[in-house]
Structure formats: C-alpha cells, structure tokens
Design a protein around this ligand. Structure first.
Ligand code: GNR
Ligand code: NI
Length: 172
C-alpha cells in the first residue's frame, strides 16, 4: 500500500471525465488499497481515483466518526439511478480544494448501483452524509467539483485564492 499525492485545484486533470473500469482485478485492488490509505492519511471521508490522477470510475468512502468502527466502502463504476425530490444542505469540503468549505444543496437521498472490491454488484440506498458524499464523489467522475454548484462569484473567489496559494507555494 502507498499514499499517493492528491491533486489540488486548479488542475485540468480534475475536469477529466473518468473511464469505466473493465475488470475488477488485482491491479484495480492495488489502486483501491492506495486510495483508502491516501484518504485516511489526508484525512478525508471520501476519495475519487481522479484525485490521485487516475481517470477511472472508482471511489472509496468512510464516513464513520473517530468514535465509530471504520466503515470503508469501495465503489467501482457507480451509477446514481435515483435521487429524492427532497433536498439537503451540507457544508462540503474537498481534498482537492484544501481549506475551503461551502454549503451545497443536493438531493437528500439517492440510490446507487456499483461493483464492490470483489467485483460483486450491489444497490445501495443512501441518505444524509452518505448520500451527499456519494454524490460529491460521483461528481468527480464527471470532472465536477463542489464549487461548480455555487454561484460563479463564490466559485471564482475560491479558485482565485487557490491559484494564488499554489503560485506562492511554487515560488518558495
Ligand atoms: O473529506 C471530505 N469531506 C467532505 C465533507 C462534506 C461533503 C463531502 C466531503 S468529501 C471530502 C473528500 C473529497 O474531496 N472527496 O472527493
Ligand atoms: Ni472531493
């Protein structure tokens, strides 16, 4: 297992549409193991493969709190097949937009079809934070960041500040 570097905005790779996985094999499991280790090290509660530069439709999630038992989930080729009409607002963050948080409104519940770590097919109905996270991660597979759900004013302010911070860091 290895911790991989997380790509931060602005970076054109974060806008790439990820490709479906053809086979859940040992190579893919190696990627999923690395993604889980990278997510825990960050620390974060979810990670999409494109955030470590791999344009494949793979996610890892663990929304358990520190006091709870870990609840690591792998999603290969996830497809959101239903969303509720009811909406919910969460204060979202993203490992690719470090230190920025904003309230994002999304469907409160969703149903997702996916393959697990062993390539077995599942359907999961999620609500609350799990639903928000699944939607946030599935957005990454389409090259969408949570700031793309905000007004252009708010989005541009955050992206400008991130670009400036990156420039300062590069000049160090
Ligand atoms: O660690 C993360 N926290 C988070 C909080 C609220 C809504 C979504 C998230 S996902 C984020 C990790 C990440 O960037 N995943 O893509
Ligand atoms: Ni994210």
């Amino acid at each position: 297992m290895a911790i991989r570097q997380i790509i931060e905005a602005p970076d054109p790779r974060l806008k790439v549409i990820s490709e479906p996985v053809e086979a859940v094999d040992d190579d893919l499991r190696q990627l999923m193991d690395d993604m889980a280790e990278t997510m825990y090290a960050a620390p974060g509660i979810g990670l999409a493969a494109i955030q470590v530069g791999v344009p494949k439709r793979v996610l890892v999630l663990d929304i358990s709190s520190d006091e709870e038992e870990s609840d690591l989930r792998y999603f290969v080729n996830p497809q959101i097949v239903w969303t509720s009409n009811e909406l919910a607002i969460y204060n979202e963050g993203c490992l690719s937009l470090p230190e920025y948080y904003a309230e994002v409104e999304r469907p409160a519940a969703c149903r997702v079809e996916y393959l697990d770590y062993d390539g077995n097919r599942h359907t999961l109905e999620a609500s609350d934070l799990l639903s928000t996270c699944i939607q946030h991660e599935c957005d990454h597979l389409e090259g969408i960041l949570f700031v793309d759900h905000l007004s252009s004013l708010k989005r541009d302010m955050i992206l400008r500040k991130l670009a400036k911070a990156k420039k300062l860091k590069a000049a160090e």
